[in-house]
Design a binder for this molecule. Structure first.
Ligand code: SF4
Length: 195
């Protein structure tokens, strides 16, 4: 598996299938353990992610890491984090439909390899695509929805929590629910509180 994963990653890192390749600094393939049972999905890289080549860095990424670590999860050990679009759109505009379409197969391939038991959609856009076009993050965050044998959960995007810190306690409850579900259904995931 590792060899095939690396082939996929290398191919993605060289991708020039849409115009975003002209302005990116780095392809943001993803980070974490590709054998994880829990996959987090975001929309696309921002400025810090583009510069560092890693999803969810900067202030929003730090907040995500703090909440993850409080429930024994970490991008170093037991989850994988990827975006729907791998290259940053200029000035953080929304990815165009044709850019999303060109990029979608990379995440599909990642999902096929990882074969997660739980998929967490960070923010409205990911939830729209993977859970339902009617998904309302404010009302339905923290709910598990089964699709094809996989449990999907929508969460507040960490950048939205930074903009509205009142949401932090409610948002953290979703991480606790996630931990409880992992303990219930995941057989290979070890919660980690070492770092
Ligand atoms: S955004 Fe996706 S499809 Fe476009 S160049 Fe980057 S990796 Fe390729």
């Amino acid at each position: 598996m590792e060899q095939n994963w690396n082939v996929l990653k290398n191919a993605c890192m060289d991708c020039r299938a849409c115009g975003l390749c002209e302005t990116r600094h780095n392809v943001v393939f993803g980070v974490g353990n590709p054998q994880a049972e829990v996959l987090f999905i975001g929309e696309g890289p921002g400025e810090n992610e583009d510069l560092q080549g890693e999803p969810f860095v900067g202030r929003a990424g730090k907040l995500l890491d703090v909440m993850l670590e409080a429930v024994g999860l970490s991008r170093k050990h037991n989850i994988y984090i990827a975006n729907m679009v791998k290259c940053r759109p200029p000035q953080n505009r929304d990815p165009l439909p044709e850019e999303q379409a060109a990029c979608a197969h990379w995440l599909s391939e990642q999902m096929r390899f990882i074969n997660p038991k739980i998929v967490v959609c960070l923010g409205r856009i990911a939830a729209f695509h993977f859970i339902s076009p009617d998904f309302k993050v404010t009302r339905q965050h923290g709910e598990f929805i089964e699709k094809d044998g996989v449990l999907y959960m929508g969460m507040f995007h960490p950048a939205a929590i930074l903009r509205n810190p009142n949401q932090k306690p409610v948002a953290f409850e979703d991480f606790v629910k996630l931990r409880d579900k992992i303990l219930e259904i995941c057989t290979r995931t070890t919660l980690n509180f070492d770092d």
